[in-house]
Ligand binder design. Structure first.
Ligand SMILES: *Cc1c(COP(=O)(O)O)cnc(C)c1O
Length: 382
């Protein structure tokens, strides 16, 4: 097969604003010499994001991991937190750095989010919260999770790193649960190079999070709690303000890219799209497929390598499962027998190249390569 790309096709590319516009903001920062600690850019970004995400309470952070870590800290959780093994390591590390023990719950086959039918059996007297992840922007079953949490007196936290700007049942994703974290890492739809935010219900957390992300310093005389340094700086905020202006256009472009993938992959045996939401329901964060070995004829790992030979760099995302980390694999809930769906999914998913500037012609080429491989395994001439 000769159709290889001359330049590598990456799984994503950061959305970067016009450098002249960024420079104008840099000039403002240089002129006032206020470069971090709740400056003017920070205030403006906070306000604009509160509008964009439709929330009354939003706190900015230096990255999503610190947002989640300090968000969990602000809720004074204890003991155990029920969560998913199929996520980015940071979800679990935010619990670990708070001295909390994860209890791994299996996932649903379609959305790949925490399986709500299995949560209640995992609740003990030590359980203090449920931490769900809106995997690839697919929303958790937020209504059922809230019912379970209310019945058992638990907090609900969401890792919404993949769900920026999405809606669930016509409501903003951050309006569910006690708090939701968003990541603004360069690989995410909306980015501030590195960055993150929490949106939350309880107004009293505004002041607490301000302390937690700034060493617990209340004023020149008092340090009132053991905080960390997790503030977003002015340069991050300035870049974010310009990137935010590109959001609608980027979502439109990604919509077209997604449509092309859907069209091209519709009838390929053993290939299923796992990110099928669109318009307001979608974050347009990833485009992920699932390779079913029995009908595709080969494994996900095989396809991943084949595509690499053509300069198409897909990602086994998420891999490995968090329950397989050496510091967790002794837990009863981490045992593979308790997580059959997660163990299956982690071998089948593949994140495809997906970003607004990806040309539709490239999508067609990528999909044709997949089709040719599939046909060659099954012996059908294309
Ligand atoms: C990106 C990501 C994070 C970490 O966010 P950072 O801003 O990189 O710290 C956490 N959880 C998930 C699911 C992510 O994809």
């Amino acid at each position: 097969m000769v159709d290889s790309f001359d330049e590598p096709i990456f799984v994503t590319r950061p959305l970067l604003p016009d450098l002249h516009l960024v420079n104008e903001r840099m000039r403002e920062i240089w002129d006032c010499k206020w470069v971090t600690n709740n400056g003017l850019q920070h205030k403006e970004l906070q306000e604009k994001l509160m509008d964009y995400l439709v929330t009354d309470h939003l706190s900015l952070f230096t990255n999503g991991t610190m947002a989640l870590l300090l968000g969990v800290k602000s809720l004074h959780l204890t003991g155990e937190v029920i969560t998913t093994p199929f996520t980015f390591p940071a979800t679990l590390q935010a619990l670990d750095w708070n001295g909390l023990t994860p209890v791994f719950c299996d996932i649903e086959p379609d959305t790949l989010t925490i399986d709500v039918s299995k949560i209640e059996a995992l609740i003990t007297e030590k359980t203090s919260a449920i931490l769900g992840v809106h995997v690839f922007g697919n929303p958790c079953n937020v209504l059922r999770i809230q019912e379970i949490a209310d019945k058992h007196g638990l907090k609900v936290i969401y890792d919404g790193a993949h769900a920026f700007g999405a809606e669930i049942n016509g409501k903003p994703v951050g309006s569910y649960g006690d708090m939701t974290m968003f990541s603004f890492h360069a690989t995410k739809l909306f980015n501030t190079v590195e960055g993150g935010a929490l949106v939350f219900k309880d107004k009293s957390l505004v002041a607490k999070l301000d302390l937690l992300k700034n060493f617990g310093i209340a004023n020149q005389e008092e340090v009132v709690l053991s905080g960390l340094n997790a503030k977003m700086n002015e340069i991050q905020a300035a870049i974010g303000l310009e990137t935010l202006k590109l959001m609608d256009e980027e979502r439109k472009k990604r919509h077209e890219v997604k449509k092309e993938y859907e069209k091209q992959l519709a009838n390929v045996p053993g290939v299923r799209l796992l990110t099928h939401l669109e318009n307001k329901a979608s974050s347009y964060q990833y485009l992920v497929i699932e390779i079913d070995e029995s009908s595709f004829g080969q494994t996900r790992d095989w396809l991943h390598e084949c595509l690499q030979h053509h300069n198409i760099l897909t990602r086994k995302y998420f891999y490995p499962l968090c329950s397989d980390f050496t510091w967790y694999n002794h837990l009863v809930s981490a045992h593979p027998r308790n997580l059959p769906q997660a163990q299956k999914t982690v071998k089948e998913v593949l994140a495809m190249p997906f970003y607004g500037d990806l040309e539709l012609a490239s999508v067609v080429r990528i999909c044709n390569i997949i089709k040719k491989y599939q046909a060659s395994i099954s012996g059908v001439a294309l």
